[in-house]
Design a protein around this ligand. Structure first.
Ligand code: GUN
Length: 263
């Protein structure tokens, strides 16, 4: 099943769940940046909400908003029953400390799963795990290699794959090419999230039945590109666009429904 097919199938299931819920879930999205990638994501998230029959509201703040102003809005939304969950779109402008923002959002409303006390998982790794399960990709005792150690993707991805008994290796900008080659050649599952267009190419060898999950999105005059060149000789490779972005958006609404159902 392609990512698009999987997401379409899950959306039908979620859409059927909404009328059975105690209330129509409401998501708040705070945006304080003027980032093209974020605009595209948010547009997609609002479209998903309309399609699923969920309420979503975008609160767009000026790029010069101070940290104090943002934290005060977060405090208000923590207390406002209208919002079941809300998120602050990253990246944030320089004057705002991302960690302070993540800690300010109540774990009860943290759809991103960024708060250390949150019981929800961050959306990108969660969406990827759901897709691996849907595809029946063997995980126990398999070699999972993660490229990138970000707080949003690499680190939580390592935790979730380890929970499924994968042998997890996290590679990063200080890993030598020689080691990259060695780990990648032995990998059953590769999650690449380093933001370098077409980093994984034919200079690497891959297992024939490897699975490549491409989290990268780079933009140039020809459109969007992943961290891997398309159509590598492996069993499964998620495309960009039409891959992990869709899984992340879906997981966001799965988290929102979980919040409402656990109230
Ligand atoms: N920016 C890129 N991905 C994400 C995400 O999952 N959540 C938030 N809040 N910002 C992002």
């Amino acid at each position: 099943m392609t990512v698009k097919e999987y997401v379409a199938y899950r959306k039908v299931q979620i859409k059927e769940e909404i009328p059975l819920m105690a209330k129509v879930p409401c998501l708040g999205i705070i945006q304080v940046n003027e980032d093209a990638g974020s605009n595209a994501y948010i547009k997609g998230k609002l479209k998903d909400a309309a399609e699923l029959g969920v309420n979503a509201e975008l609160i767009k703040l000026d790029i010069n908003t101070s940290q104090e102003e943002l934290l005060s809005l977060i405090d208000k939304m923590n207390k406002d029953d209208k919002y079941d969950g809300f998120m602050v779109q990253m990246p944030l402008p320089k004057q705002i400390d991302e960690e302070a923002v993540k800690l300010a959002i109540s774990p009860k409303k943290d759809v991103d799963g960024f708060h250390p006390m949150s019981t929800l998982n961050p959306c990108t790794p969660k969406g990827i795990m759901n897709y691996l399960h849907a595809e029946n990709i063997p995980l126990v005792g398999k070699n999972a290699v993660i490229l990138g150690r970000s707080n949003i993707v690499g680190r939580p991805m390592a935790r979730l794959l380890l929970n499924e008994s994968c042998n997890v290796t996290v590679l990063h900008s200080k890993t030598s090419k020689e080691d990259m080659l060695r780990y990648i050649a032995n990998a059953d599952i590769i999650v690449v999230a380093i933001g370098k267009m077409h980093f994984l190419d034919k200079s690497y060898t891959y297992k024939k039945d490897a699975v490549i999950i491409d989290v990268g999105i780079s933009r140039d005059e020809n459109g969007l590109h992943g961290d891997a060149v398309p159509d590598l000789d492996v069993k499964l490779q998620t495309p960009v666009p039409g891959g992990v972005g869709l899984l992340t958006r879906l997981a966001l609404y799965e988290n929102l429904l979980e919040i409402v159902n656990n109230k």
